[in-house]
Write a protein that binds this ligand. Structure first.
Ligand code: HEC
Length: 71
């Protein structure tokens, strides 16, 4: 999905704003995920039900994530 990438880039710049050279911020990432991603990908990364099948609109639901953010 093309719109995911600009969102990720803007989140990445927000999350690394106050950091010590390491651009990861686990705590910020957790709340950013909860605010911006969990509504579709699930609070526990579980994705949406029947994510492997097209839904009534003919599009795929959100897939589950693994612990590295891959689906
Ligand atoms: C409006 C619902 C929705 C939200 C909010 C959402 N996603 Fe997704 N995401 C999806 C769907 C649906 C797919 C599957 C896209 C497809 O199959 O074409 C997906 C796919 C992905 C993928 C797989 C790569 C790809 O392009 O298919 C990643 C990674 C991902 N999302 C990360 C995120 C992250 C990180 C956030 C929060 C910043 C987020 N998503 C927020 C619905 C959402």
């Amino acid at each position: 999905m093309r719109w995911v990438i600009p969102i990720l880039l803007s989140l990445a710049s927000t999350a690394s704003a106050d950091h010590n050279g390491d651009h990861r911020d686990i705590v910020a990432g957790q709340s950013l995920y909860a605010d911006n991603c969990a509504s579709c990908h699930g609070a526990n990364l579980e994705g949406q039900p029947n994510w492997q099948s097209l839904n009534a609109d003919g599009v795929l639901p959100a897939p589950p994530h693994d612990g590295t953010g891959h689906t």
